[in-house]
Design a protein around this ligand. Structure first.
Ligand code: FCB
Length: 455
């Protein structure tokens, strides 16, 4: 597989997120986000760490831009930390926060790397969580206001925008299983967060369109290939439910302007949505986007029956479907326990394409955690990650060959970073980070990609 197997305009980039790499959480007027608060609570992060330092990218962005440019990436997807722009989620934008992202975007442009900015990669200002967070409709309005400030201040140097990253995670890991910030478990009412996030997307889209007519705006969903373990009716129903909550609850309102009735029924939330998800909301949520971002990592295979309590990917993040069990197929998994299934990338691309045949699609994240060993000579021979990426690039090529409108691929992640509830214990980088010294060392996977991009 070579670069030339993909079309000329096919974008190959790499991705990160603010809280996972920036550190400097108390500098330059930044306020607390829900992740600062959550990470400080005892027992919620695997290694007890916080993102206070992370990759110290806030102070090393020049070096990191040089690194990605030298590897040959054409685009860089990063996220803007809302509490750097508005410490408490309201009011005038903080010049020091704007400055940081302006310098970042400018140095990317100088190096020929196109900046792709995500407006929300999970760091909600804590002050807004204190007022109800995403369970409150007002948060969507605050997000629109924040997005308008960012568009005004940075829309001259950034053209490609992603409103939300993975609203499924924000809604159901944040407010149902509680594995993510803000760590709440409100059951099916967590679906209200999903609606408010999507409304936030629609309002931010409107703001960007109004202020920056040339902006290209999309949103990013984490989609899963979902398979029933067997062909019993109960297993098929389990697959329908999990596909419904993970995929259709987000795809259908954005691409078709309707919520899937069966999913609202599974949740017991039909009445709430009838009252609160107005036609006007759905018109905004489904306003035309320029592309859809898809984060693809793995496949779910599900059966009827209860999961062991607290199991990763367990039904606690699927309110109303607690009787669904996630089963292992015996296929190889990454260090996250996520099954390696490159063909599933085609499944999710087809899933989105079927709902919006004209819409350009991008894989906005794909990558893998494995345990890395630094060799005596300092090298990191991450053969498994290299193979994971190679097989997923091959899946992307298959999509293109099948005439599916896949237009780009972003590798998660440029460098090892703070992996949410797993802290520093899971490494996704193609560049190794020594957290003691902050030294960056490209792994074999990075060398492979650099060669691929050059060829
Ligand atoms: C995705 C997140 C990203 C990273 C990867 C491994 O769900 O968007 O921040 O944690 O998983």
């Amino acid at each position: 597989m070579r670069r030339s197997d993909l079309p000329d305009g096919f974008v190959i980039g790499t991705a990160t997120a603010s809280y996972q790499i920036e550190g400097a959480t108390r500098e330059a007027g930044r306020g607390d986000s829900i992740w600062d608060t959550f990470a400080r609570s005892p027992g919620v992060i695997a290694d007890g760490s916080t993102g206070d330092v992370a990759d110290d990218h806030f102070h090393r962005s020049e070096e990191d831009v040089a690194l990605m440019a030298d590897l040959g990436f054409q685009a860089y997807r990063f996220s803007i930390a809302w509490p750097r722009i508005q410490a408490d989620g309201t009011g005038a934008p903080n010049p020091a926060g704007i400055d940081f992202y302006r310098r970042l975007a400018e140095s990317l442009l100088e190096r020929g790397v196109t900046p792709w900015a995500t407006l929300y990669h999970w760091d909600l200002p804590q002050a807004l969580e204190d007022r109800g967070g995403w369970l409150s409709r007002d948060t969507a309005l605050r997000f629109a206001d924040y997005s308008a400030h960012v568009a005004e201040q940075l829309g001259d140097v950034i053209t490609d925008w992603i409103t939300l990253n993975e609203p499924w995670c924000s809604s159901f890991l944040g407010y149902a299983s509680g594995h993510h910030a803000p760590g709440l478990s409100v059951g099916s009412a967590s679906a209200h967060a999903a609606h408010h996030l999507l409304l936030g997307h629609g309002l931010a889209l409107e703001a960007l369109r109004g202020l920056r007519p040339n902006a290209r705006v999309g949103t990013t969903l984490n989609l899963y290939a979902v398979e029933p373990a067997g062909d019993s009716e109960a297993d098929l129903d389990a697959a329908r439910r999990i596909d419904g909550l993970s995929n259709r609850l987000f795809l259908e309102p954005v691409l078709r302007g309707v919520y899937p009735a069966d999913v609202l029924d599974d949740l017991g939330e039909t009445d709430w949505f009838a009252e609160n998800a107005t036609d006007d909301d759905l018109r905004r949520i489904s306003a035309p986007i320029d592309f859809l971002g898809i984060n693809y990592y793995s496949r779910h295979t599900v059966a009827a029956g209860s999961a062991p309590a607290g199991a990763a990917g367990s039904a606690s993040a699927y309110p109303g479907s607690e009787h669904v069990r996630f089963v292992s197929t015996g296929a190889p998994v990454t260090r996250m326990g996520w099954e390696i299934h490159p063909d599933g990338m085609l499944d999710v691309i087809r899933m989105a394409h079927a709902l919006a045949p004209e819409l350009p699609l991008f894989i906005t994240e794909n990558g893998a955690a494995f345990d890395d060993h630094v060799e005596a000579d300092g090298g990191i021979d991450d053969a498994e990650r290299t193979e994971y990426l190679r097989s997923h690039f091959a899946a992307a090529r298959e999509a293109v060959d099948a005439n599916l409108p896949l237009r780009g691929f972003f590798v998660w992640s440029l460098m090892d970073n703070w992996e949410w509830a797993w802290g520093y214990s899971r490494r996704f980088g193609i560049v190794h980070v020594d957290y003691e010294t902050q030294k960056r060392t490209p792994k074999r996977s990075a060398h492979w990609i650099a060669e691929f991009l050059r060829a």
